[in-house]
Design a protein around this ligand. Structure first.
Ligand code: GLN
Length: 237
C-alpha cells in the first residue's frame, strides 16, 4: 500500500488519514524528523498553527520539514498547514512563530475571524473539476480560517472567495493595507499550487469529497488501491 506522511503533532491529522484510507492509501503519522525519510509526500493538517509550531520546534522538525519542501517532494498544507508553508504570515498573535515556508505568498493567519465566524461555502475550483471530475464546485469548510492576500508569479491560484464585508474582521492595524487591497478586489485566495506545494485555507478532510486528496496523490504519482475511483464517497469520520 502506498504511503503518505501526515504531520501528527496536533489538529486534524486523523481525518486526513481516514480520507487517504478511503482512497486506498496509508497515512503515516509523522512526529520525528527521521520519520520524514520514510515517506515521499506529506500533508500538514489544520489545527492551531502556533501550537503546532511550538511542538514542531520541540521535536526539532523545522529543518527536516524545510528540506523536505526544498527537495521538491509534494507537500499539502490545509488551513494551519497553509500558514506553515507560507513564506510570510501576518495577523494577530503571530509573534515570532516559525514557518516552514517555500510557498511564495502572504497569508493572513485569522483573516476570517474567530471560531464562531467559521463557515461553509461552495467554492468554484475549475482545476479540480477538470482533473478529478465531479461537480464544478467544492464544499469549503472554513474554521478560524486564514486567507492568502498576495502570491508570487510562480503560484497558480486554484480558488478564490469573494469576501462579504461581515466576514472581514481585524483589530490589527498592521494588516489594514493588505485587507483594503483584498476588499477592493472583493476576493481573497483560498487554494493555490506552486510546483510541489499545494495549499488550501479550508478543510477537505472534513468533507466526504476526496477529490483534493486524490489531486494531491497524483502530484506525487501515488496510486492507492482505490485512488482511481476518486470522487464523493461516504465519510467515515
Ligand atoms: N487560524 C488558525 C491558526 O492560526 C488555523 C485554523 C485551522 O487550521 N483551522 O492556526
Amino acid at each position: 500500500m502506498a504511503l503518505v506522511g501526515v504531520l501528527a503533532l496536533q489538529g486534524s491529522f486523523n481525518e486526513h488519514i481516514a480520507a487517504l484510507k478511503r482512497l486506498g492509501v496509508k497515512g503515516v503519522e509523522i512526529r520525528k524528523p527521521e520519520q520524514l525519510l520514510t515517506v515521499n509526500s506529506l500533508i500538514i493538517p489544520g489545527g492551531e498553527s502556533t501550537t503546532m509550531a511550538k511542538l514542531a520546534e520541540y521535536f526539532n522538525l523545522f529543518p527536516a520539514l524545510r528540506e523536505f519542501v526544498q527537495m521538491g517532494k509534494p507537500v499539502w498544507g490545509t488551513c494551519a498547514g497553509l500558514i506553515f508553508l507560507a513564506d510570510k504570515a501576518i495577523g494577530q498573535k503571530i509573534g515570532g512563530q516559525q514557518l516552514v515556508g517555500g510557498l511564495d505568498c502572504t497569508v493572513h493567519r485569522n483573516f476570517f475571524g474567530s471560531q464562531i465566524q467559521s463557515f461553509e461555502t461552495e467554492l468554484a475550483v475549475p482545476e479540480l473539476a477538470s482533473k478529478e471530475g465531479g461537480p464544478e464546485t467544492f464544499r469549503g469548510v472554513f474554521i478560524r480560517a486564514p486567507a492568502i492576500l498576495d502570491v508570487g508569479p510562480e503560484v497558480q491560484v486554484l480558488a478564490d472567495y469573494p469576501v462579504p464585508s461581515d466576514k472581514v474582521t481585524s483589530s490589527d492595524s498592521s494588516v489594514e493595507d493588505k485587507k483594503e487591497n483584498a476588499e477592493e478586489e472583493n476576493k481573497v485566495i483560498v487554494a493555490v499550487r506552486q510546483g510541489n506545494i499545494l495549499a488550501t485555507a479550508f478543510h477537505p478532510e472534513l468533507t466526504a469529497d476526496t477529490r483534493w486528496h486524490s489531486y494531491f496523490l497524483k502530484m506525487g504519482n501515488v496510486t492507492g488501491e482505490e485512488a482511481s475511483s476518486s470522487g464523493i464517497v461516504p465519510a467515515q469520520v
